[in-house]
Design a protein around this ligand. Structure first.
Ligand SMILES: *Cc1c(COP(=O)(O)O)cnc(C)c1O
Length: 369
């Protein structure tokens, strides 16, 4: 019999909420008493604090990471007739945002080791319609931004970084999201910096992009009731901003905890045959700890871990280009196709302890045996 009381979830947010309970509660009360629930001083303060933390010139709070991507693309002028190069191996919000602007997502296969878009394959996919590159720092691992920036420079393409999984990650000393033209972040509760509902952010060094993004999030108006373009209702709630302000000063500590957990997994899994553990590269913030299962059927292994009370997830079982929404429109890309069949994300959170990780590793060894 499996004791479900001893269940290991794939993510446990309770320790960080408990640790900050009083401050979170105070922020909640402050907003309730203020009577200001959408935008306002909490949002402005969070935007300033997030911009300072990230090293960005402008930060614009929006309703979700998905909206951050759509608004970023539109603020850069991407629309119908344009092509945007991106990775097939991401959550569907990435390609969905490109399609939502009327542009066409063009998928460039990934690098097998990093799971990120392979810079070596980008130039071969550029056409006269290509307007931008949208790299995704998947699982919190920074893409090769030096190579991507060089390619974008040669072909005059914009870069929109999908940082939904990489808040706090760095590449060459800069935070992800401040290297390209625009960074788009999600504060979905399970992300490395998570809100208590939906929330997102756009960063940019461009005054013009920031101004347009601010208009787009509020129905295309700079001045209330003077709408100049078709926008969205995509404002950031004051409550989410106030709660995010409590959490933001802790994100580096939390990310360090994730990296330490990743190193421990690396040691614990070193002698487990049939799984390939991810590299712990500089700047990675391990939103997910994702192994490749090469020695057995991945779904079978996931089911065996579940039977032992250990939660796992598959991010993602189907590459974006192969999703039903795009049926028949793209050729299968072999590296992301294989990754989708082999990846398995193990339990990770900032304060996961070695005892729990050892249980996961032991169960994985049994599942593969
Ligand atoms: C979570 C996520 C998004 C979407 O963010 P939401 O806040 O859920 O809209 C976009 N891209 C990636 C890679 C994500 O993981």
């Amino acid at each position: 019999m499996v004791d479900r009381g001893d269940h290991v979830p794939v993510l446990d947010l309770t320790p960080q909420i408990e640790a900050l309970w009083d401050d979170l509660e105070a922020a909640f009360r402050r907003v309730m008493r203020s009577g200001q629930f959408i935008m306002g001083p909490e949002v402005e303060a969070f935007e300033r604090e997030a911009a300072d933390y990230l090293g960005a010139t402008h930060a614009v709070g929006v309703n979700s990471g998905t909206d951050a991507l759509v608004i970023a693309l539109r603020a850069l002028g991407v629309g119908p007739g344009d092509e945007v190069l991106t990775t097939p191996f991401s959550f569907f919000a990435t390609a969905e945002a490109i399609s939502a602007t009327g542009a066409k997502p063009v998928f460039v296969d990934i690098d097998a080791g990093s799971f990120n878009i392979d810079p070596e394959r980008i130039e071969g996919a550029i056409t006269e319609r290509t307007k931008a590159i949208m790299p995704v720092h998947l699982y919190g691992r920074p893409c090769d931004m030096a190579a991507i920036t060089a390619i974008a420079g040669r072909h005059a393409l914009a870069i929109i970084e999908d940082c939904a999984q990489s808040f706090g990650a760095r590449h060459g000393g800069s935070h992800t999201g401040t290297i390209g033209d625009v960074g788009a972040y999600s504060f979905f509760p399970s992300k490395n910096l998570g809100a208590f509902g939906d929330a997102g952010l756009i960063t940019t060094a461009s005054d013009e992009v920031a101004t347009t993004a601010r208009m787009l999030r509020a129905h295309g108006a700079k001045r209330k009731y003077h709408n100049e373009m078709l926008g969205y209702n995509s404002r950031l709630d004051s409550l989410q901003a106030a709660l995010l302000r409590v959490k933001l000063p802790h994100v580096d500590d939390w990310n360090r905890g994730r990296v330490e957990a990743a190193r421990r997994y690396g040691t614990l899994l070193a002698d487990v045959d049939g799984v390939v553990a991810p590299d712990v590269v500089d700047g990675h913030v391990f939103h997910q700890y994702t192994v490749r299962v090469t020695g057995a059927d991945r779904d079978e292994v996931g089911a065996r871990l579940d039977a032992e009370g250990i939660g796992t997830m598959v991010y993602y079982p189907i590459p974006q280009d192969e999703l039903p929404v795009y049926a028949g429109r793209y050729e299968v890309l072999p590296i992301s196709h294989a990754a989708a069949q082999e990846v398995l994300s193990l339990p990770i959170w900032p304060t996961i302890d070695e005892r729990v990780q050892r249980r996961v590793a032991d169960a994985l060894r049994r599942a593969l045996g």
